[in-house]
Each structure stands twice: as structure tokens, then as C-alpha cells.
Design a binder for this molecule. Structure first.
Ligand code: PMP
Length: 286
């Protein structure tokens, strides 16, 4: 495997960042995970728009222009011969002597790009079975809309989910409303067929896959309700599902061990999964 690190393509095992990188010391950085489908980057524009926004919010300079970054992403995919998988892009504020405020003058932001294969048939099998989620108290900072590499709260709840035999954890805010998953957006389908996901305010990450599903709903003339829902409403829903670039649409069949609907993957979730790539932007083959 090959990784891109600060201007060079290097063997993955030799891909290193400096011990004084602010990403390493302060989680002072942001990232994107973009799907590669049949050798094409999926929704590259939305991912790069969101990356720009995350960088702006944290006042980190862009490591390079968009055209150049696009080239690096493609080149990394190509060098790893990835047909179906993910590209990971990480930008940190750079290397500086450890001190909390922004270094002055600003260092060159550090850029890392990696690409990997994913097991498509494994993911499809997972989706065909459906997954369990647990609910956990929201304990993240107030800006989950920024795709920061500071993921410790996410790491902890994903591990908690795993130990509970589940695949995802849904954060629940102080009003009892689901915000999102540890690494995905949260959705339900009500018993009267309405499709519900939380409005993308500062409380959640505005998922690229979420946007794709919203496009798909529009194309199919299905009604979207952008609003928060409670855990009780989700447990009583006819379906639930999650969305993320790495898993696309995955049905949720249990919440805290209680069955959603009849406890099998719902038809709406499965059909959205099947149709998603009809509406997503696809790059030229890399
Ligand atoms: N919320 C969180 C906290 C995430 O980590 C992710 C995955 N990056 C998502 C939502 C889904 O976003 P996307 O569809 O862009 O992958």
C-alpha cells in the first residue's frame, strides 16, 4: 500500500507524521472519508465542500488547491488499485512546538491521504442482516458539525456498542432526542411511512450520504421530515437505518436490544441502499 504524506507518496508502513504534529498532540485537525465505487470517487464535491468548511471553521489553511487535492486523492486511489473502498483525507494545523494557541507564524498544514479496499460483499451481507444500535448520552463537544479528528467520545461509544453486541451507538441529547450515531447519521421510517432524520444543525455532522438519500427521496417523490425524534419514537417506528460513506444505508433491526418493526431489515432502507448510487455524483474512473 501507498500513502500520501506531506507532498510524497510513500510505502504505507513508512507513512509517518512528526511527533509535534498538532493533530497528534491536540487533535487539531479535520478529515474526510470518501467512498470509491467501481473505481470512481463518490460525491467528491460534497466531501471537498465539507472539508473546506471544517477547515474554515477551525481557521486551518487549505493544504493545497481543490484541483490539486483532487489529483492527490485520485492518485492515491490509483496507486493502491482501489476499485471499491474508501479514501481518507486528513488535514492538521501542522507541526509546531507544543503550545495550545495557534502557532504564529502558522505552520504549513499537514496533509495525509490514504486509500483502502473494503469488503463489499461483507458490507452487503451486514446490510441484509441489519444491525443493532445502543443509545448513549450525548457527551461530545458542541460542534459535531465540524468533522474534527477529535474522536475519543466516538471511539468510546463504538467500543461500548461492540461490547453490547451492537454495531452503532446513537447519541441522545438532554431533551431525549437522538442526534446521530458514533460514525453515521440516524433515520427512522414512521408507521405511516414518513422518513425522518434530524435537521443538520450544529448538533450533527451533515452527512454526505444523508444528502444523497435526501436527493433520492426527492427523485422518488418520498416525503422527508427533517426533525429530531426520541428513542421511544425510534423503537416504535416501522424501520430505522443509518447512513455513512463507509456503510451507505444500513437497516437497524434492534435498538437497545428491542426489535424495530418485525426485527428484520425494512423495505424502505433496503430500497434506498439499492438506489443510492443512482443519484450520487460519480467522478471519472481513476
Ligand atoms: N456522523 C458522524 C459522527 C460520522 O462520523 C459520519 C461518518 N463520517 C457521519 C455522520 C456520516 O457522514 P457521511 O455520510 O458523510 O460519511
Amino acid at each position: 500500500r501507498i500513502a500520501y504524506v506531506n507532498g510524497r507518496y510513500v510505502p504505507h508502513r513508512d507513512a509517518m507524521v512528526h511527533v509535534e504534529d498538532r493533530g497528534y498532540q491536540f487533535a487539531d485537525g479535520v478529515y474526510e472519508v470518501c467512498e470509491v465505487h467501481e473505481g470512481r470517487l463518490v460525491d467528491e464535491t460534497r466531501h471537498l465542500d465539507r472539508l473546506d468548511r471544517s477547515l474554515r471553521e477551525l481557521r486551518i489553511a487549505s493544504p493545497m488547491g481543490r484541483a490539486q487535492l483532487t489529483t492527490v486523492m485520485r492518485e492515491t486511489v490509483a496507486r493502491n488499485r482501489v476499485r471499491n473502498g474508501l479514501v481518507y483525507v486528513q488535514v492538521t494545523r501542522g507541526v509546531a512546538r507544543r503550545d495550545h494557541p495557534f502557532p504564529d507564524p502558522a505552520p504549513r498544514p499537514a496533509l495525509v491521504v490514504t486509500a483502502k479496499w473494503t469488503d463489499r460483499s461483507g458490507l452487503d451481507k451486514l446490510a441484509a442482516r441489519g444491525i443493532g444500535v445502543i443509545t448513549v448520552p450525548e457527551n461530545r463537544w458542541a460542534r459535531p458539525d465540524i468533522k474534527s479528528i477529535g474522536l475519543l467520545p466516538n471511539v468510546l461509544v463504538k467500543q461500548q456498542a461492540r461490547e453490547a453486541g451492537a454495531r452503532e451507538a446513537w447519541y441522545v441529547d438532554r431533551d431525549g432526542m437522538v442526534t446521530e450515531g458514533g460514525s453515521s447519521n440516524a433515520w427512522i421510517v414512521t408507521t405511516d411511512g414518513r422518513i425522518v432524520t434530524r435537521r443538520a444543525d450544529n448538533a450533527i455532522l451533515k452527512g454526505v450520504t444523508r444528502a444523497g438519500v435526501i436527493d433520492l427521496l426527492g427523485r422518488r417523490n418520498l416525503q422527508l421530515e427533517e426533525r429530531a425524534f426520541t428513542v421511544a419514537e425510534a423503537k416504535a417506528a416501522s424501520e430505522a437505518f443509518i447512513t455513512s460513506a463507509s456503510n451507505l444505508v444500513v437497516p437497524v433491526v434492534t435498538i437497545d436490544g428491542e426489535k424495530v418493526g418485525d426485527g428484520t431489515p425494512g423495505p424502505v432502507a433496503l430500497s434506498l441502499r439499492a438506489g443510492l448510487h443512482e443519484v450520487t455524483e460519480m467522478s471519472r474512473p481513476v
